[in-house]
Design a protein around this ligand. Structure first.
Ligand SMILES: [Zn+2]
Length: 260
């Protein structure tokens, strides 16, 4: 991937002309244990110096994962639900049935946090499986002292806790997970950039989503070339998820870490 195509390149030029840098961040879901795919993911992050947020499912013995992640300075660990079990009827999967009350949802997410909190690089940030936003989830997270959460931007989030969403999923899911395709991902990135530029919301982060356990070779190849390509662009910068949350870093610190 030498260039992102003409339309994306001209969008990036507009950002450079405006003296702005778009903030990208990267989330990978479903880690539970070390393995070949996780090694490959960590290697990609390290090779390009790209901060990686690992959304970990806290339902088993996390000792081996904790050992593997020790000393991985680019990795932030966050909580991916409680056990990744679908307890819903109907097309939208979710861990918590809709009739569950706020207290019951809080109790579940807190129990998950207790199991996760010893991992290196961990932050009290919540990522619901399937990006499902249960009606009581925001309240339950606020009750339980979460610093933030992350889903997909289909719903308008309540003000607290702050939510930092993902926008570009490298995979498509219907009929089995596979790479969405370079043209589609780059066009989606261009749309996100144009949207922010037109609204003067220059600092709104753009989230990239991967799933290391089910990525096919074209997705891995794209990830590697995409990371390399972004690192050479004046209009793009990578940020770690915790630095994008107002409660973790003051606005001035966010700016510094984002332009480094
Ligand atoms: Zn998941």
């Amino acid at each position: 991937m030498r260039s992102g195509g003409l339309r994306l390149e001209s969008e990036l030029r507009l950002w450079v002309q405006a003296g702005r840098r778009a903030r990208l961040w990267w989330r990978d879901d479903d880690a539970r244990a070390p393995g070949e795919a996780l090694d490959r993911l960590l290697a990609a992050s390290a090779a390009h110096g790209a901060p990686l947020t690992l959304a970990v499912i806290p339902d088993g013995d996390l000792t081996a994962l904790a050992q593997r992640l020790a000393g991985q300075d680019l990795v932030s660990v966050v909580q991916h639900g409680v056990d990744h079990e679908n307890r819903r009827e109907g097309p939208q999967a979710g861990e918590f049935p809709h009739h569950w009350l706020r207290l019951r949802v809080s109790t579940q997410v807190r129990a998950g946090w207790v199991r996760l909190q010893a991992l290196p690089g961990v932050h009290k940030i919540y990522v619901p499986p399937w990006n499902d936003v249960h009606p009581q989830l925001a309240g339950a997270l606020a009750d339980s002292g979460y610093l933030g959460w992350s889903a997909a931007p289909e719903t308008e989030p309540p003000p607290l806790p702050p939510r930092v969403d993902i926008h570009l999923d490298l995979l498509r899911w219907r009929g089995g997970a596979r790479f969405r395709g370079e043209a589609k991902v780059l066009e989606a990135l261009r749309e996100q950039l144009a949207e922010r530029r037109k609204a003067q919301r220059w600092d709104d982060p753009i989230g990239i989503l991967t799933h290391h356990l089910v990525m096919d070779e074209p997705a891995w190849a794209f990830l590697d070339s995409f990371l390399a390509w972004t690192m050479g662009r004046r209009a793009l910068t990578w940020a770690a998820l915790p630095t994008l949350l107002p409660s973790v870093a003051a606005p001035s610190e966010v700016r510094v870490s984002a332009t480094r």
